[in-house]
Design a protein around this ligand. Sequence first.
Ligand code: SAH
Length: 379
Amino acid sequence: MQCKQFKKCGACRFQLDEYESQLAYKQNRIDNLLSKFGKVEKIIPMENPFNYRNKVQCAFYYDFKRKKCVSGVYQSTSKKIIPIDYCALDDKKADEIILSIRKLADEFRIPPYDIRTKSGFLRHILIRKGFKSGEIMVVIVTASPVFPSKSNFVKALLKKHGEITTVVQNINTTDTNLFLGEQSKILYGKGYIEDILCSCTFRISPASFYQVNPVQTEILYKTAIDYAALSGTEAVFDAYCGTGTIGIIASKSAKQVLGVELNKNAVKDAVINAKKNKCENIFFIEADAAQLINELAKEKEHFDVVFMDPPRAGASRKFLLSLLKLKPQKIIYISCNPKTLARDLETLTEKEYKAEIIQSVDMFPFTEHIETVVKLIKK
Ligand code: SAH
């Protein structure tokens, strides 16, 4: 099977019939970048590498010739919207809901927003689905707060898709193609969904970071927790903790966990998630990870294990140097970018640490992205 929008959309690097060769490409890339640091295991493939995305988003434009609202995705290299009815990576139900919304927009005469003329109303749709819970959130991103006939619109949408558990309106008044605005209003349901990962429950709000491939995320987190080999007595630090996922799972087999995260809303979700999972031995601090770890090292605080899961840019030099001062027995580095991972491993393994095992997990089949876990131990 080939995707017709392959080159235009730009999200995928490999065609849909190329799973084996892309795994070989990814393996080769991590071997080249990382084998000098330690043993590189074979990448863990996805059993069924299709329809894995539990977060699906689209933008709209009006096709004046066909007199129809069209949905699609922003081309990765431009602001152009590439029409898409079905994407082989998206959750199927999410794509169906988008097609229904597109039809409803025409029926309700809701004009799509045009970024060039700054006119129109309907900007984007974001759908998030709980893999295990089955809960579905639809976020309707609009250019202004006043949503004409919103109750009837939501009613019509729920009539077509009774499986939707919550609908949120997000208002994005910016003139950029930033996806979400600052303000949200709940139109139906509780305004968020929940999902279960590694037997813990997590809240997913419209803007919170949550891995997009739940099947492989569970494998990734289990690998990371396994590498930590916690016995119940350890002090654990979870750097770049997002909504607290890794720390909360680890807290079940550790003495105490401290999570640090820069994003205020993520920290709020992390605190709620900890309560929901009855974890009383985990604490979160809203701060720059480098700043906090530097202070902890200065105060000679002791941590046995540090999980670190930085964004694509990797960790800052200040973070790495402070981590070396903190001297945990183990560092479990979870990375979404092998290039910055290699750069950071250079610093960490220069004297103090040894990379014992390097394991990639194919979290984003058909795209070029590679997720990797590295277990480092103090020499
Ligand atoms: N560990 C989480 C989130 C990883 S994504 C999970 O698996 O779900 C990386 C996170 O790092 C994001 O939540 C981002 O907000 C946060 N972040 C980025 N820069 C940061 C910094 N300087 N200090 C602390 N957190 C930061």
